[in-house]
Design a protein around this ligand. Sequence first.
Ligand code: PHE
Length: 447
Amino acid sequence: MKLKKEQWSSKFGFIMAAAGSAIGLGNLWKFPYVTGTSGGAVFLLVYVVFLLLLGIPILLSELSIGRFAGMNAIDSCRKINAKWGFAGSFGIVGAFGVMSSYCVVGGWVIRCIINAVTDTNMNAEFFGDFSSRTFEPILWTFVFIAITCIIVSGGVSKGIERVSSVLLPILFVFLISIMIYSLSLPNAIEGVKFFLVPDFSEINGFSDFMRIALNAMGQVFFSLSLGMGTLITYGSYLPKNSNLASSTVTIVVLDTLIALIAGFLILPAVFSFGLEPTGGSGLIFQTLPVVFSRMKGGSFVAAIFFTLVLFAALTSSISLLEVIVAWICDKTKLKRRSAAIIVSLLIFAVGCLASLSNGAVPELSFGGMSFFELLSFISDKIIMPLGGFFICILVGYIWGIPNAAKEISNDGKLKFGMKWLFSTAVRYIAPALIAIIFVTSVFSFGE
Ligand code: PHE
């Protein structure tokens, strides 16, 4: 087994690449709509609690495993204990599942850019009509995967780092500007209330609360790219003197900030235009065109905005494909480019089915969920939390907190003041939380 030769060229580059993996459609597309379908502020509250109890400890665990071992996700776990390679294997399956639906949404974003450039008459109906067509969404799905594949073929530091470092800061500034506009719309305050003031009377008993908890847990895993080896792989490219704990906090803060801004951008607009916050996965694609159509020069702003969303999505999809490609390259003699192309084609095949299940072929549904929804249910509510669970057990009990702390503190050179908190979270709180939510939701599935 060879050690990785590739490394991040700077600390900023790593943070931007890791934040680039975390920040994506999960923040801009998924967070606002899941907040909408999960009771608004109550969801936000549970989400923040889970960020602290699950997000931070698991992210830190993954980075330390990766930097310690310096290999792909599976071999890194195996280096800690020969029998534990499976803990990293969730990434390969998970990345495949996430990517298959991610590329469909990526395709929608590309269509929105084209729409903004060519069609000045933007409205809320366009999206429903478009996403249920047969061929067009598949075409844009293909374009999205092809772009991802080209960047991944180019190698780690050249491809990912360069793209992320430039575009994330621009995205940030742009999002804030549109958020301010959205907050100034008439009746925007209703959206802010929905987002920030919890209304517990809206929760229908225990099983409804568990549904919200499951959605919040899935969102934490999905948004931070946890439980599937992405950050083990990224950690493996980190130099030994990097500060894992502070990188973790920076990544979580940036990711959450972007999700919050997306919430403040979408929800006020939803309420201002009298749309339903429970609208589901089309929420941003139905709301934003209406916002832009009311602005002076709206098409231009829309084109730039969706282009930035596309880049945020790409920096995530790159990291997803990277997990699988890094593993195949370590395991076989395949060249990076060939591995990237083969995997992309397989993902495209599943992505086609996911796209068709959105309306063109309604038969593609299982247990009341479309294949598209099922893919994301399996990846962010089953595979990623399970992966996270095993990472906690691996770090908390097999590798052991003293060894993990040694890695996190760079052999004692850095202070690791929160060690006891990390230890409690990784050994007890996180595994217990995942298990409880998991078991209750499996029993209530299909209710
Ligand atoms: N975190 C990414 C997002 O929010 C999605 C992702 C999940 C990326 C898992 C990598 C691994 O869009």
